[in-house]
Design a protein around this ligand. Structure first.
Ligand code: UDX
Length: 454
């Protein structure tokens, strides 16, 4: 089948390449000519597992091409996936729909009757209906459907090729048939296909993200209570997560969520619910957001306490800058927000990240960046673990202890093994967990060390 994918950011690039890979003819469109040139040469604008190979393969096959022209897109296909950004508005918490609107306005004069526009962007409920109304005047016979995208950064290709579900919101059987045909290989492989109205489809996406964000903030709230009670939130999380109705995933007490989706999506959802008179129903999302932001502040405050009340003249090693492991994305990254706050309050901060240093430096040039963990930790008064990259679990705490000025670890992600760090001489602190100190040497060992065996 022929289709265009308009907007070649995260969602668009991955969607375009995956659709071409399953056999469709795809034209990717973006207003950014530089990006289009690089995509045409098979180079991905983002770092994503398997994407480079996929792009190279599909561009070489001739099934995937790129263009900057919406007119060319309208002539190329009768189905257009819209994958442009819907960031937070600068003046409020609502979503900024200017890119969605401008795609529709740009396409409208070129469309033929019977065209299907399929939105993939995360939008306020009612957007598809509003766009359909807008198009009705300009190009009668054009349908607007919604097909939200659930891909996670870091596993975007895998999530698109093997999604846990497909959700489409349509207003005609024709649109349903087109979307079933496009996703035929996935449906044949057993992926559940939910076909509903556009409003429900739009809501599925924000409801899913709100649920996950709530789960994370719930366990972080429990971690705060555990801190106050001297209880252990990690054990608590495992124990409640063992209940299959709750489940263990997205239940790690830590620094909270960030990235380009969760924070802005829950804010935009709350704002939209207010507009349609359902604000009270999702008022809890404001609390979810507050709990999440508070974890960043609590981490800074805890670091200050560990350093005796002041950051001045103190050196802090920060492990992690990306908003989550497996990504070089630093948008609303909790790690980077904490690192910048520490610096701003007088600490000498050295940041390490396996992938995100270039992006981090572009946003926070005032911070110092280290090429490896050892360099970041040299002479540190405190080591802060802020993004749970798997490689940080391979750190040898005993070797690292010889490099730092004082072996104090604040594991804000609760992912390092506290016992092995404590055994290597570290004082280990983590949210919602009682402090673990290095083991006290036995009397015999103390005597032996003092050279006074008796
Ligand atoms: C998310 C949704 O998962 C995806 O379906 C949607 O399409 C876009 O938003 P993504 O932003 O890539 O995807 O990240 P995800 O892996 O879901 O993690 C989001 C944030 O939650 C990260 O900052 C992560 O560190 C944090 N997180 C996750 C926690 O703080 N605790 C957890 O237990 C799990």
């Amino acid at each position: 089948m022929r289709m265009t994918v308009i907007g070649t950011g995260y969602v668009g690039t991955v969607h375009a390449a995956c659709m071409a890979d399953i056999g469709h003819q795809v034209l990717g469109i973006d207003i950014d000519a530089e990006r289009i040139a690089s995509l045409s040469a098979g180079r991905a604008p983002i770092h994503e597992d398997g994407l480079d190979e996929l792009l190279a393969r599909t561009v070489a096959s001739g099934r995937l091409r790129f263009s900057t022209s919406l007119a060319e897109g309208a002539a190329f296909a009768g189905t257009h996936f819209m994958c442009v950004g819907t960031p937070q508005r600068p003046d409020s918490k609502a979503a900024d729909l200017r890119y969605v609107d401008s795609v529709v306005d740009g396409l409208a004069p070129h469309l033929r009757p019977g065209t299907l526009i399929v939105g993939k962007s995360t939008v306020p409920v009612g957007t598809a209906a509003r766009l359909a109304e807008r198009l009705a005047d300009m190009t009668p016979g054009t349908e607007v459907a919604w097909n939200p995208e659930f891909l996670r950064e870091g596993s975007a290709v895998e999530d698109t090729m093997r999604p846990e579900r497909l959700v489409v919101g349509v207003t005609s059987q024709h649109a349903e048939a087109v979307l079933r045909a496009i996703y035929a290989p996935m449906i044949a492989a057993g992926v559940p296909f939910f076909c509903t109205d556009p409003a429900t489809a739009e809501l599925v996406k924000v409801a899913a993200n709100s649920f996950l964000a709530t789960k994370i903030s719930f366990i972080n709230a429990m971690a705060e209570v555990c801190d106050a009670a001297g209880a252990d939130a990690s054990v608590l999380a495992r124990a409640i997560g063992a209940d299959s109705r709750i489940g263990p995933r997205f239940l790690a007490p830590g620094l909270g969520f960030g990235g380009s989706c969760f924070p802005k999506d829950i804010r935009a959802f709350a704002a939209r619910a207010e507009e349609i008179g359902a604000g009270e129903a999702v008022a809890f999302l404001h609390e979810v957001d507050r709990i999440n932001t508070r974890q960043r502040q609590r981490t800074v405050e805890r670091a200050r306490r560990l350093l005796g009340g002041s950051f001045t003249g103190r050196r802090i090693a920060v492990l992690g800058a990306a908003f989550k492991p497996g990504s070089d994305d630093v948008r609303d990254s909790p790690a980077l927000v904490v690192a910048a706050a520490l610096h701003q309050q007088g600490a000498e901060v050295r940041v390490h990240d396996p992938e995100a240093v270039d992006n981090a430096r572009a946003v926070h040039p005032e911070l110092t960046y280290a090429l490896d963990v050892d360099k970041a930790c040299e002479d540190a008064d405190l080591v802060l673990h802020l993004t749970d990259w798997p490689e940080y679990q391979d750190i040898d705490p005993a070797a690292l202890a010889t490099l730092v000025r004082s072996p104090v670890l604040l594991d804000a992600r609760n992912r390092l093994d506290p016992r092995s760090w404590a055994a290597a001489g570290w004082a280990v602190h983590a949210p919602g967990r009682p402090r673990l100190s290095p083991p006290v040497p036995s009397q015999a060992k103390v005597a032996a060390l003092a050279g006074g065996a008796s």
